[in-house]
Write a new protein. Structure first.
Length: 366
């Protein structure tokens, strides 16, 4: 199983090595921002006739710029409404939260989503990555925007960051929602996850003749294309930048390389696979040390959402049922839900009645 999966990882990712950018290079990541914002407003703002106001802001924390978006009701009640702060995954950006934002704002909750360092329109420095680097950014960001006790929602890597924050600063949030992450994978599962991540990684090394061509390429992915909606498209267009007349994703490869290194891996598949075979137990302990799973330190009500559907093949889910149930046993006040007919991506992008009802019930229970 590991041999076949390792070979599959190498096929798409090896091509990225030759063009790894100099880590000193900075992208002009504000290119075409105005177009992206216009597209978003046309889909979910006034042009769509909704009562949701969406705005974007920048703050300077930890020596970098953090770009974020805010969704709220146009009514005066929005000033006193509770706020959910959303933390996206490894190769995403804050626009991925559009579906959740609509649900929450319509239920009386303001929503803030921010671009992690290295993503979207936030700064892309040479260092500061990994769960605990992002944790410090999140703390500084919440301090700067004066959010003293928000609801915290995280997906994938964002769920790991959010869980670490909940353990480190238990009095700085009211609720924790972790979406399809939070349990340590087995080595075989980790290799399958790398296969799932191939398209996300491969797109970082490609250029396209137009934004539409980029969108068409992403849309061809079998785990996203059939579930395509306005939020997915906006998310894709938002991350584009123009370079020498071509279009590319604005996440530099060195960002992902440093993220993988923080977990004991590497963006170079040959290095990652060699490490796995030479010392699999040591790799897992370095990649997923106990401090990444501080279940006993989480004091706030916690909702864990799991996507059971396949991404590329059966059994490649990011959070297994066993992992989710172990989290339920170990976390003091945990509620769990397997969100039927979703995969790692559609659990965020797609509408889902049972998931939405569970989230609102969780946030409004006595």
């Amino acid at each position: 199983m590991v041999d076949a999966t390792a070979e599959a990882v190498m096929l798409d990712v090896q091509q990225m090595q030759a063009s790894m950018p100099n880590v000193g290079a900075q992208s002009s990541f504000y290119n075409k921002h105005q177009q992206a914002e216009q597209f978003f407003s046309e889909q979910t703002g006034e042009a769509a006739g909704s009562e949701i106001l969406y705005e974007e802001f920048d703050v300077f924390v930890n020596g970098i710029n953090i770009h974020y978006g805010r969704w709220c009701s146009k009514s005066n009640d929005a000033v006193d409404a509770p706020t959910a702060v959303c933390v996206h995954g490894l190769t995403a950006n804050h626009r991925c939260w559009g579906t959740y934002a609509q649900l929450l704002v319509n239920s009386g909750v303001n929503v803030i989503g921010y671009d992690l360092r290295g993503r979207g329109h936030s700064s892309k420095p040479q260092k500061g990555y990994g769960v605990f680097g992002h944790l410090q950014d999140l703390k500084a960001f919440l301090d700067e925007i004066q959010q003293k006790k928000p609801i915290l929602i995280g997906h994938s890597l964002g769920a790991m960051i959010s869980m670490a924050f909940a353990a480190e600063y238990p009095d700085r949030l009211s609720h924790l929602i972790m979406v399809d992450a939070g349990a340590p994978p087995t080595l075989a599962q980790l290799m399958k996850i790398m296969v799932v991540l191939r398209p996300s990684l491969a797109r970082l090394n490609s250029t396209f003749r137009s934004p539409d061509r980029y969108v068409e390429t992403i849309k061809s992915a079998p785990f996203i294309g059939p579930h395509w909606n306005a939020v997915v498209e906006d998310h894709c267009r938002y991350e584009l930048e123009e370079v020498n007349g071509r279009w590319k994703c604005n996440i530099p490869l060195y960002v992902l390389d440093q993220e993988f290194q923080s977990f004991g891996g590497a963006i170079d598949p040959l290095v990652a696979i060699a490490n796995a075979f030479m010392d699999p137990i040591g790799l897992l302990m370095k990649a997923w040390p106990p401090r990444y799973f501080p279940y006993d330190k989480i004091e706030v009500p916690t909702l864990i959402l799991r996507a059971p559907g396949k991404n590329r093949e059966a059994g490649d889910e990011f959070l297994t049922e066993d992992g989710m149930m172990n989290m339920k046993r170990e976390i003091k006040d945990a509620t769990v839900l397997t969100v039927s007919n979703t995969n790692h991506y559609t659990i965020v992008f797609a509408e889902h009645e049972e998931r939405d009802k569970t989230i609102i019930d969780f946030l409004t229970r006595d």
